[in-house]
Design a protein around this ligand. Structure first.
Ligand SMILES: Cc1ncc(COP(=O)(O)O)c(C=O)c1O
Ligand SMILES: N[C@@H](CCCC[NH3+])C(=O)O
Length: 485
């Protein structure tokens, strides 16, 4: 399917140009320039208008209690099952172990927080694309956020209602946009060429597409630069300078496009709700400006990004209720539907990567616990220097010496570590060791580097029994890719 260029390209600095390109027109931002506009609101101004909200730990914090608990005699449990017993029953290789009830509790926490608002919870499938988990979230009433054609196909296979799905991304392909258009999925517009493709897709599908403009509000999410997406250096979204061009372009295509909302996504692992509040203030200002031009905007999508407590050190972090409460009045005051796109905060704390200790060694300056899991199964520590809590699943021998270890895998990279400088009792060979909070961006980012095949996944069911929810990849799977070539 070849895309024709339906739209002229917006200039980098669109101040002096209008859609369609017309050298005579001068101000593409009549409204934005004449009134206090989002552009003139610096972050500092926003903050002073909206004094920081004090975070109150609420009853929901209880709901975020960890499904993995240590018993008094030192055994780790997942809900009612001893992780050691699970290890003894399953294949001897690293595996992911989830709690289905915790997934439900996490979802319910968002649902309860959203009471009184018209809303869609769009689960960001990129965080974890296990089909069983998707089906469970869909049954609970979740929508889905997709960033590729295959994520869209998987969401449809899992039975998600397409009208509760949002297709995001800065490089969406025409054929995938056609599917999105056919299915009636919301599509977020990221760039000029993206809009061009969306218009083509609408024509091919013979369907009008409901679009949201992904606005880059330039708010610093105060996170690792690799997971910051809503600041001015980001590859994502539309900056204020180009906004009018997009509005005019949408207006020029009434048969293909219906502009229904505005979207932003600031980044991931955000642990201060005031950051979301700042962005939401900017976003509703944009929505006011856009509505003033006659568009019927009914959705504000504030993206995902809420962080979780990776450290297990007793910190009180914002809950879904804290997040929703911080934007609630803004949403109500504009009579908007709220879309949120949580990934990590729905799924991360529901799972551990369970590993076995291969052995312990020292190189004279450092001690190492070598396990069978690695950066291939769980890359976050290597990629972002991310901390994930590590502990043994069973009590160590009574004479085990406590030392400081790097917990490493067998992969031939010095970046292959799961944890650095961790104080642990010296584990015997074969001991079980878990990496916590492994439900988000772990399995979905796993690779087969060093031919470490992707691990199997299990979950503890609501009745306390255990089921396999994904087969582990095997050597035979790898060899099969070359059959018949
Ligand atoms: C557009 C978009 N929405 C939602 C998410 C989910 O973010 P998180 O897992 O931090 O909630 C992401 C990932 O950061 C994203 O890029
Ligand atoms: N992969 C990142 C999150 C990226 C979010 C996607 N926009 C992580 O592991 O924390």
């Amino acid at each position: 399917m070849a895309a024709t260029n339906l739209l002229p390209q917006a200039p980098t600095f669109s101040k002096s140009l209008k859609y369609p390109l017309n050298p005579k027109s001068f101000s593409p931002f009549p409204n934005l320039l004449l009134r206090p506009s989002p552009k003139t609101l610096t972050l500092k101004a926003v903050l002073s208008q909206n004094p920081a909200k004090t975070l109150t730990p609420d009853a929901q914090a209880q709901k975020f209690q960890h499904c993995f608990r240590k018993s008094e005699d030192g055994f780790l449990y997942c809900e009612g099952l001893r992780v050691q017993d699970v290890m003894d029953q399953v294949e001897k290789r690293p595996f992911y172990l989830y709690s289905k009830p915790q997934i439900t509790r996490n979802f319910e926490a968002y649902k309860e927080a959203l009471e009184g608002l018209r809303s869609i919870i769009g689960y960001a499938i990129k965080a974890n694309n296990n089909l069983k988990i998707l089906e469970h979230l869909r049954e609970l009433g979740c929508g889905a956020v997709l960033v590729s054609g295959n994520e869209l196909r998987l969401a449809l296979r899992a039975g998600f209602d397409p009208t509760r799905c949002i297709f995001n991304g800065n490089g969406k392909l025409l054929e995938d946009l056609v599917l999105a258009a056919q299915e009636g999925v919301f599509v977020n517009v990221d760039s000029e060429f993206d809009l061009d493709n969306i218009i083509s897709a609408a024509r091919i599908a013979g369907k009008k597409v409901n679009v949201l403009l992904r606005i880059n509000p330039d708010v610093d999410p105060q996170v690792h630069p690799y997971v910051a997406t809503g600041n001015k250096n980001s590859k994502f979204g539309i900056r204020n300078e180009k906004l009018q061009w997009f509005l005019d372009a949408v207006k020029a295509h009434p048969n293909e496009l219906k502009l229904v909302g505005a979207h932003c996504h600031l980044g991931s692992t955000i642990t201060k709700v005031d950051i979301f509040r700042d962005a939401a203030v900017l976003m509703v200002n944009y929505i006011d400006e856009i509505r003033a031009q006659g568009f019927e905007i009914s959705y504000l999508n504030i993206g995902g990004g809420l962080g979780i407590d990776y450290y297990h050190a007793g910190a009180v972090l914002p809950t879904p209720r804290d997040l929703i409460d911080t934007v609630r009045e803004l949403v109500l005051s504009r009579d908007l539907n709220l879309i949120i796109e949580p990934g990590r905060s729905l799924i991360a704390n529901t799972c551990c990567l369970v590993n076995r200790v291969t052995g312990v060694k020292t190189n004279g300056t450092k001690n190492f616990v070598v396990i069978d899991g690695s950066m291939a199964e769980l890359i976050r520590p290597s990629l972002y220097d991310a901390y994930q809590h590590i502990e043994l699943v069973s009590p160590p021998p009574s004479d085990a010496q406590i030392s400081t270890f790097d917990v490493v895998g067998p992969v031939c990279e010095s970046a292959d570590f799961l944890g650095k400088d961790r104080e642990l009792p010296t584990p015997p060979r074969g001991a079980g060791l878990v990496v916590h909070d492994a439900g988000a961006y772990c399995m979905s980012m796993a690779s087969t580097y060093n031919l470490k095949m992707r691990p199997p996944e299990y979950w503890v069911e609501d009745d306390g029994s255990m089921s396999k929810i994904r087969h582990g990849e095997t050597f035979e799977d790898h060899v099969r890719y070359f059959e018949g070539l």
